[in-house]
Write a protein that binds this ligand. Structure first.
Ligand code: ADP
Length: 429
């Protein structure tokens, strides 16, 4: 273990581990990373928090074979979830009381317009994240609970918020503003914020690297296709347009969300179908998209059904792909010049048929997919367009946890760097 003598002369362990926490309403995902080589030491998930059937899955990655341990039984709340995760980490010699832990990085979904970059969490920052709950009622409360729980566990440690919205705060006003009454919009902070920003930032940077260029030199369209899905147009490293809006409901067809619809559909459902606002909310967020169209939201299952000749599954697939094409076309127009279209997340990284169908027929835009390259399965960033193609088409696996750890560590590291400028020396314990 490397130690650096402090100015007072006592040896202090260099803190180079970061715990990344992603707290949802009934789940906590965590990863412990060693920032010496940006490797994972352990990953885990606590799900169904508050239910009788809670479950913790923990995988230490320090040994040879990664073997997942499982705990089941009621885990009443986030505090208990984090405590159990901490016990699992401690059992692997990775306890959160370790002086090697430098910081805890939290995924926070909504940072509004105020948070344009990762931020060390103070009382004032937490209050501001709370103020954003009305625009992110499903996400920010869980993130706040996660932060409070982690603060109680290690009150001495810097806690950093990394916002899903931050990367999109560079969007110009003409892209971010909805064409509704300005006073009403401003009074209720209604505008397009965008989400998945950590992924769009990471993937657009990696895509530039894949092209052998700097982010400033390229314009890319990123298609983040997971269960939630969003597109972004990134010009010279800055987001200029994205498909999700005030909430993650807008834009592409998703696993269970409708994406774009005529807003009058909601009035219609209320007036004619007699549905309540909450029922419409559930319909559009949880019972629509691929699930609403064909009864399945997993692209693997949909492809299996299509292979078996299922017409509903085929129509759902076509609607999904049609929306993707519309966004690729629109964002090509927004960017003017496109250097790469990049697929990422569960569907984008794994579904060759989706990539093929989304790019098919776009030769006039310079977009072509090579069938052989598209069929290759790999965890690495890769091109799937032929050499002659004017615009690259790429697959870049996303890594939001690594990006959160990087941003957290960079922020904390900067604060500490003054003390490290004149290292007295290093000793091994
Ligand atoms: P999220 O983080 O939004 O929950 P992911 O990025 O993990 O989602 O993506 C999950 C989705 O990816 C699944 O619902 C499924 O549709 C799709 N998916 C995962 N693996 C494959 C695969 N091998 N082939 C096709 N689709 C896949």
């Amino acid at each position: 273990m490397t130690t650096t003598p402090t100015k007072e002369g006592s040896a202090a362990v260099q803190a180079r581990r970061v715990l990344v926490l992603n707290s949802g309403s009934s789940s906590v995902k965590y990863q412990l990373l060693d920032m010496n080589n940006r490797s994972r030491l352990a990953i885990g998930l606590v799900e169904r928090i508050g239910e009788e059937t809670s479950r913790l899955l923990h995988t230490p990655l320090t040994g040879g074979d990664a073997e997942t341990r499982e705990r089941t039984g009621r885990i009443p709340d986030h505090a208990a979830a984090l405590k159990e995760a901490a016990e699992e980490l401690a059992a692997d010699g990775l306890g959160l009381d370790s002086p090697e832990l430098a910081a805890i990085g939290h995924r926070v979904v909504h940072g509004g317009l105020r948070f344009t970059r990762p931020t060390v969490i103070t009382d004032e920052v937490l209050t501001e994240i709370e103020r954003l709950v009305p625009v992110a009622p499903l996400h920010n409360p869980a993130n706040i609970t996660g932060i409070r729980t982690a603060q109680a566990l290690r009150p001495d440690l810097p806690q950093v918020a990394v916002f899903d919205t931050a990367f999109h705060t560079t969007m110009p006003e003409h892209a971010a503003r909805y064409a509704i009454d300005v006073e009403t919009a401003d009074a209720h902070r209604i505008r397009r914020y965008g989400f998945h920003g950590t992924s769009h930032a990471y993937v657009s940077r990696k895509a530039a690297e894949l092209l052998g260029r700097t982010p400033e030199e390229v314009n890319v369209i990123v298609l983040h296709l997971g269960n939630g899905a969003s597109a972004s147009a990134v010009a010279a490293g800055r987001c200029v347009e994205t498909s999700m809006g005030l909430t993650p409901l807008e834009g592409l067809v998703m696993g269970t969300r409708s994406g774009d619809i005529d807003p009058a559909v909601t009035f219609h459902l209320k007036r004619v179908a007699g549905m309540s606002t909450d029922e419409i909310d559930v319909l559009l967020n949880k019972k629509s998209g691929l699930l609403g169209l064909c009864g399945d939201n997993d692209m693997r299952e949909i492809r299996r059904r299509i292979d078996d000749g299922d017409e509903r599954a085929a129509l759902a697939f076509d609607i999904y792909v049609h929306r993707l094409k519309k966004y690729i076309g629109a964002y090509s127009a927004v960017l003017g010049r496109v250097d790469a279209v990049v697929f990422t997340a569960g569907v984008g990284e794994n579904s060759a048929p989706v990539r093929e169908a989304a790019i098919a027929g776009l030769e006039e835009l310079g977009l072509v997919v090579d069938a052989g390259l598209n069929a290759v399965r790999s965890g690495e960033p890769r091109l799937i367009s032929p050499n002659y193609a004017r615009v690259a088409v790429a697959v870049v696996p996303t890594d939001e946890e690594l990006e959160i750890a990087d941003q957290t560590f960079a922020l904390v590291g900067r604060a500490e760097s003054a003390g490290q400028e004149v290292p007295v020396g290093e000793v091994d314990n």
